[in-house]
Write a protein that binds this ligand. Sequence first.
Ligand code: ADP
Ligand code: MG
Length: 649
Amino acid sequence: MMAKKLSPPTKRKRPIERLPLVDKKVEAGMFHAIAELGNDGILVFDESHRIEYANRMASEITGYSNEELLKMTILSLLDKPHQSFIEDLFLHPDRYGEKTCTEAHLITSGSEVKEAEVCIALAGTSHGVRKGYAYLKDITDRKKFERELKDSEEKLRRLFERVRHGLFISSKEGRFMDCNQALLDMLGYADKEEFLKVDIARDLYVNPEDRKILRERTERDGYVKDMEVDFKKKDGNKITVLLTGHPLKNGKGETIGYEGINLDITERKRIEDELREANEFFMNLIESSVDGIIAADMKGNIFIFNKGAEALSGYKAEEVIGKLHITQVYPPGIAKEIMKRLRSPDYGGTGKLLPSQFNVINKEGIEIPIQLSAALIYNGTGQEIASVGIFTDLRLRLIMEKKLQETHLQLLNSEKMASLGKLAAGIAHEINNPLGGILIYSSLMMEDIPEEDPKRGDLARIVQEAGRCKDIVKSLLEFARQTEPKKEPTDINRAINDGLFFLVNQALFHNIQILKEFDPFLPFVKGNASQLKQVFMNIIVNAAEAIHGNGTLTITTLPSPDRKTVLIEFADTGEGIPQENLTRIFEPFFTTKDIGKGTGLGLATSYGIIEEHGGKIGVKSTVGKGTTFTIELPVQPQMQPILEGQSLQ
Ligand code: ADP
Ligand code: MG
């Protein structure tokens, strides 16, 4: 420590200028005056560190009085490391004139340690005496403030680091200057160093245009808030963030970078997307339902009205949603009744309505029968928020049901016919022989009775009536024929002509015009010619009887467009059949004719024959205008008409 002998201050770097005063006393006086005025504590000490002078501030800072200080050394005011700092000073003559500052702990009078800035300067006097000057500044407050500042900086840093949203500071050129762990995690980077090398526009933005937009907006508005941006993670995967940020400016107000916060909404978006998809799915489901689906809020405002509802009601959804009240969908009072049932436990449980039949009113004001299933919709807290109903159009179903009922009736009818047929056949068979006997014996008796005998007339009557009975029995037997007749390729045009041949000469037909519109290339049907002839004759006779004198019967034959069946039409201009009889005319024994004139078996037999041929027979009629019977018969497979034999008409 004491190796070097101290030399006078020849090598001073910043010499303390000596005042150009001669009078030492004045010089000292001036110095003291200045020293007392300053805000620093000033101590002057000698080579053995004894304090020779202390100003008022020095007392204030150290807590020692001036007298006390003048009995102390400068070292006793300082903590250990700084003591040696001062001791060292006197050993280094090159430091003379230099001011050396340090922060030190001052040991004050109450043993209280104060933080102080201590600046020491050494100076040599003209007499070679060396003195030390110490300037003391109490920096306890400043230190405290600095510590607090550091503390709050640390707090901020901690916040920056710990926030789970991605924080960043970036340069204008497009590099990150700083970021927090959350941003690294969000973008999949392991460490900051790697991340700070990222070229933001190129490596980070899925769409580099976005960064341009961001820059423009921050320039224009001073910030961006919640701008949706897609970022590339390190592994190339995409994330979506909401970016909020603002520009960083230098003193001249120029933008030098940006700082901000990124909120990862990838998951939220995924859920939103899923929700939207699910929503779309349900909307599609609702839309594609054939049934009408209508939902209304608790005020009765309709907010769902699907295609099915449009088809049912004739309204378009846009005419209904927000415009039509749910009560307008139903006849008066029904909407209320439905709500009552929905809230009651008796119709499928509270909040539900099991399928029930109601009417709705369509756009034209017509009531349409529907089946309604409905439900109330509740929110999380169990409050009613909406009602939804599924409407099935019952019109078609009701028609179907009616048809089914008819078919059922028809079936019953045909069963009835079959059993009647059996009964009739039995009776006919039984009375056929006795009837034959009556006819033969009465005929024989007739031969024996002379022409002029009055009994002969009665006998003739018996023969005639017995003949009629025989006819009835014959047709009964035909009606009830159980065996399947032989079927061959049959020319329908010919069968009709054959039938007409027997009839046209009868008195009944004298004033009737018969028009034949036959298709010359009519395919053959698979059938029994004599049975079919009988059917045609039945229909032709009925027509003639309905015409009562003057009129026309038009008979048309034609193949169906696909040539699989043959259509035969008998259109007369007769009296027609009243509606209530139309369904009954095919019943056996149904007749409107006088007793003895009609048997009511003609059409019943015809019906049976056509059915048995796999064909159909139908009728249309207008009272006063005429009647048309239509027969459809299947053609004989693979049979072409013999063209030569066709021109029979
Ligand atoms: P019938 O001729 O013995 O009365 P059908 O079975 O042949 O028995 O006919 C039943 C009934 O159908 C007739 O009594 C008549 O009322 C009605 N009918 C049939 N054909 C015609 C027709 N072309 N025009 C008007 N009524 C008809
Ligand atoms: Mg008849």
